[in-house]
Design a protein around this ligand. Structure first.
Ligand code: NAD
Length: 500
């Protein structure tokens, strides 16, 4: 598809994109928003207006939460065996794969991301995660415990725990991996027997709406997965709704804090996956080319719009200059263009608003004294493209070193010894991830426990696994996505004590 062709003519869109105006999915039905308000969905590569999705109001949120509550308390869903939920989730994973070309085309259109990433990560990784979570539906378990209760004398006790579905889950997700992150929330909730109201980002609502249709086709009953579209106010109405038992959120730290406060009011459970400013640490023994390529992948993957992006690179002084020169050379050689072009390595950032935000960071960095080794500006005049950027002569106090830029922008700084790099790496309000590049096993093992990060990679970066929990230390969040932790996070732990 050429970037200027109308998406509705795309053969893969399977009719879905023929609809120019979408409704929410509530109780298994497409419903026009009661708010009668819509938001445009725009292709950031071309600026083309693709469609309109609801800007839902409180009445839409009420209807979706009510549908999810009915489905949780009084529907076929509650009577299903875990093996039935497993089968439905398995079928959903198959349908996501079967519709992979269509879903990835929609994802590239609405977010600008490379089609290859949409296909491999959002669709392929998402489907695999749903399959992984299908297996958990039948494997939730409690424990039998040894009690020491001594009263009344002579009475014996039998004690155990049970895991029970927490109830109605609000899933609020960002635009960087719209389908994958929606599935990170939806699949564990459904595996645990919960029902869901999903609110996608206003920039990228279309794959969530398509997902709701596929869930119905997989046999998941109406009302179990509802989608309400809208901007921050819709998310706030959902997260503050007294009918929500658990909020699973991925997004910025500022929004996460607001959601945390709203959750406390209703004592809703929370999982908050928030921002990051992850250090990528290259020790002096590392091969220069390998370090530079690792750093390039760590920051430029998906235009740096990745929560775990290695946006702060620290290189031991003796190899700093060659590593940074090689990193800049890789950045200069990257092909910028439409996500539909298979040659493209850097697509647009998600929106013109985000483009301005990232360019604002670059202006401030220059004003604070950072030196632009390469990039540092918009690429072209049409579309939301930013040249991959390497900044040097930076220090720990600069905004560009402290704040999440969420774009293809990396700062590089030298260090002399491990104590210094531990101090620099941990000098951040965030603690999502870090990576260490070295073959010195002892140095690596001594470094891992000293890094305040939810994930530490060694000789790789941004590698996620369905089985490996993902979450943050410090202001990068609360709780964990992926793995057993995600499905257990959608349960309450009930203790039972029986006198026998
Ligand atoms: P954002 O916080 O602006 O928005 C995220 C979602 O929250 C959107 O759906 C938005 O509409 C909604 N929202 C906004 N205000 C709200 C409010 N007051 N109450 C409820 N919902 C509200 O984030 P974004 O710009 O869409 O996404 C980028 C951010 O997401 C980055 O900070 C990135 O690091 C983070 N992220 C984190 C992870 C992780 O796993 N930790 C993964 C991906 C992205």
């Amino acid at each position: 598809m050429t970037p200027h062709e109308h998406p509705a003519h795309h053969p893969l869109a399977d009719g879905f994109l023929m609809r120019r105006r979408y409704g929410n999915c509530i109780d298994g039905q497409e419903q026009a928003p009661r708010s009668e308000a819509w938001l445009p969905v725009v292709d950031p590569a071309t600026g083309m207006h693709i469609a309109d999705a609801p800007d839902s109001g409180a009445a839409d949120v009420d209807a979706a939460v009510a549908a999810a509550r009915r489905a949780f308390t009084d529907s076929a869903w509650t009577r299903l065996r875990p093996a039935d939920r497993e089968q439905m989730l398995y079928r959903l994973s198959q349908l996501i794969e079967e519709h992979g070309d269509e879903l990835s085309a929609i994802e590239t259109l609405q977010s600008g991301k490379l089609r290859s990433i949409a296909r491999a990560v959002d669709v392929g990784g998402g489907a695999e995660f749903v399959r992984y979570m299908a297996g958990w539906a039948t494997k939730l378990e409690g424990q039998t415990l040894q009690p020491s209760i001594g009263f009344p004398p002579g009475v014996q006790y039998h004690t155990w725990t049970r895991r029970e579905a927490v109830g109605v889950v609000a899933a609020v997700v960002p635009w960087n991996f719209p389908l994958a992150i929606a599935l990170w929330k939806v699949a564990p909730a459904l595996a645990a027997g919960c029902t869901v109201v999903l609110k996608p980002s206003p920039e990228t609502p279309l794959t969530a709406l398509r997902l709701a249709e596929l869930a119905l086709a997989a046999g998941i009953p109406p009302g179990v997965l509802n989608v309400v579209c809208g901007a921050g106010a819709t998310g706030a109405a959902l997260c503050g709704h007294p009918g929500i038992d658990k909020i699973s959120f991925t997004g910025s730290t500022a929004t996460g804090k607001a959601i945390g406060r709203a959750a406390t009011e209703n004592m809703a459970r929370v999982t908050l996956e928030l921002g990051g400013k992850s250090p990528l640490i290259v020790l002096g023994d590392c091969d220069v080319e390998r370090a530079a390529m690792g750093a390039a992948m760590g920051i430029f993957f998906h235009q740096g719009q990745v929560c775990t992006a290695g946006s702060r690179v620290y290189v031991q002084r003796r190899i700093f200059e060659p590593v940074v020169a090689a990193l800049a050379q890789i950045a200069q050689g990257m092909k910028i263009g439409s996500g539909f072009d298979p040659e493209t390595q850097i697509g647009p950032v998600v929106s013109s608003r985000h483009l301005d935000r990232v360019l604002g960071h670059l202006d401030r960095a220059r004003a604070e004294g950072a030196r632009v080794l390469t990039g540092g500006e918009r690429s072209g005049t049409a579309g939301c493209f930013i040249a991959p950027t390497v900044l040097v002569d930076v220090h720990a106090g600069m905004q560009v070193v402290r704040e999440e830029v969420f774009g293809p922008v990396v700062t590089a700084m030298p260090f002399d010894d491990v104590d210094e790099v531990v101090r620099l790496a941990n000098d951040s309000p965030y603690g999502l991830a870090a990576s260490v590049w070295s073959n010195d096993l002892s140095a690596v093992h001594r470094l891992i426990p000293r890094l305040q990060a939810g994930t530490v990679w060694v000789n790789c970066h941004n590698m996620l696994d369905n089985n490996l929990p993902l979450g943050g230390y410090k202001q990068s969040g609360v709780g964990r996505d992926l793995g057993r932790a995600a499905v257990e996070g959608c349960t309450e732990l009930k203790s039972v004590c029986m006198a026998v």
